[in-house]
Write a protein that binds this ligand. Structure first.
Ligand code: NDP
Length: 456
């Protein structure tokens, strides 16, 4: 019998923690998991899932007007924000119950409360101590609110998912995933949305063509995007929020949403005191096996700030369980992870951006197409689609697929398999298209973009 209460003690029942604990339980390990909020974590409870349900809800507004071009009468349906939020909440409750059942069915002991690591093999939750051969930290991340005067009047994505009423005027600070996704939701539901960027571009780090194109599509839909705009302070006056910019402009809003990044949840849980190293931004430093500086303590997911996406946290968690409890040493390959932004229109991307490819591979070929999807020939909607292929000139291997347009995330998921298999441009060319689709463009691209002029 082991000297410890458990073989694995996991802090945090989000995507990574639950995946690791269930997998470990399935191999007969004695597993406990603690959680101080609802089981499911950011993705299920206050992130990806509820956000995407709101995106679906918001998209109907365009569908109703598109339908007129196809012969449907021009009705003006009414919208009930409360009904959408309640339906979304019911779905989150259902998923939360499924997560609880899955943990139970895997024999994992759920302990309610915030865990604190006391030493390499001890965790304390709600005043009780538990020992474990291995500890897994999977505590996720939380929104960052910068120190701005009046920031207490602002909300984060946590609150934006459940506002009591639909806002008419929304100021969003930031230009990352969350900012553009909520800009799409509120804009489609009829709000006046203003996005304030401290830099010059939304979605920094994405391919430049994607950023420029999505900016133009968002502006066409009515989202106001202001670059190099900094908030001086936020003030509440009666039922209006006044956002004063450093340039002296005053913006009025019902809601001010800050989407200025997330920070790892690693404070006050005993990590540094027991020898776990943290980086400057508070992320847990781990090796390729997700092991921290303390050999019996592992960490996965957003709290390690590697690739902060749910499917990556799940893989990292399962890899730890496979390595520890199935005699199957497993590492996660963080290259070529596809991702999507559920903006309107959405973005899908996998592999290198054009700039990254040039820096790493030198000579590359770039293929870009930009077209109006067939549906909009009748709907009349002024929305375009962008597709881009980045190819190594040396061996013809595809280095990156990028897309903005309807179904981009669904299309890029398939192409991420191809890139994982080392697909070449010649193999794309040899693939017969499905017609008429947007996706077929990826196998029919012929016109190479001219190389950029070399710098003087
Ligand atoms: P991001 O890191 O994606 O973007 C942060 C944005 O805020 C950037 O535009 C950044 O500007 C700006 N910013 C940062 N600090 C300040 C500041 N002090 N004042 C003004 N602007 C500032 O963060 P998000 O909050 O959008 O999302 C967090 C993470 O959540 C993402 O990185 C992603 O990993 C995950 N996520 C994934 C989703 C998906 O897969 N669909 C959806 C939602 C979230 P600059 O560019 O100048 O740095």
């Amino acid at each position: 019998m082991s000297q410890y209460d458990f073989d694995l003690f996991t802090l945090g029942a989000g995507s990574g923690g639950v995946a690791a604990s269930r997998r470990a339980g399935s191999y007969g390990a004695r597993v406990a998991i603690c959680e101080d909020s609802r089981v499911g974590g950011t993705c299920v409870i206050r992130g990806c899932v509820p956000k995407k349900l709101l995106v679906y809800g918001a998209q109907f507004s365009e569908s109703f007007s598109d339908a007129v071009g196809f012969g449907w009468s021009d009705a003006t349906p009414s919208f009930d924000w409360g009904a959408l939020v309640s339906a979304k909440d019911r779905e989150v409750d259902r998923l939360n119950a499924i997560y609880l059942r899955l943990l139970r069915d895997s024999g994992v002991t759920l302990i309610e409360g915030r865990g604190r690591v006391l030493d390499a093999h001890t965790v304390e939750v709600a005043g009780r101590r538990y020992t474990a051969a291995n500890i897994l930290v999977a505590t996720g991340s939380s929104p960052i609110l910068p120190p701005v005067k009046g920031i207490e009047h602002a909300i984060t994505s946590n609150e934006a998912l459940s506002l009591p009423s639909p806002p008419q005027r929304v100021v969003i600070v930031g230009g990352g995933y969350i900012a553009v996704e909520f800009a799409g939701i509120f804009n489609a539901l009829g709000a006046k949305v203003t996005l304030l960027l401290r830099g010059e571009s939304i979605l920094r780090g994405f391919d430049q063509d994607i950023c420029t194109f999505l900016t133009s599509e968002l502006r066409k839909k009515g989202v106001e995007i202001r670059c190099e705009t900094f908030v001086q302070d936020i003030e509440r006056r009666a039922d209006t929020l006044n956002v004063m910019t450093r340039a002296g402009e005053e913006l009025r809003a019902d809601v001010v949403l800050y989407a200025t990044g997330r920070a790892p949840n690693t404070k006050a849980i005993g990590l540094e005191a027991c020898g776990v190293s943290l980086s400057d931004n508070g992320a847990i430093v781990v090796d390729a096996d997700s092991r921290t500086a303390v050999p019996s303590i592992y960490a996965v997911g957003d709290c390690t700030d590697r690739v902060n996406l749910t499917p990556v946290a799940i893989r990292e968690g399962r890899a730890v369980a496979e390595s520890l409890f199935n005699n199957n040493p497993t590492r996660v390959d963080h290259r070529n992870v596809a991702s999507a932004v559920f903006s309107q229109p959405p973005v899908g991307t996998v592999g290198l951006t054009e700039a990254e490819a040039r820096a790493r591979h030198g000579a590359i070929d770039v293929y870009v197409t930009n077209f109006r999807a067939m549906k909009h020939s009748l709907s009349g909607r002024d929305e375009r689609t962008l597709m881009k292929l980045v190819v190594s000139r040396a061996d013809g291997r595809v280095l990156g697929f990028h897309m903005v347009g309807a179904d981009a995330p669904e299309i890029i998921q398939g192409l991420s398999v191809a890139i994982q298999c080392g697909v070449t441009k010649a193999q794309l060319d040899a693939t017969v298209a499905i017609h008429p689709t947007a996706a077929e463009e990826f196998v029919t691209l012929r016109d190479r973009r001219p190389d950029p002029e070399p710098h003087a």
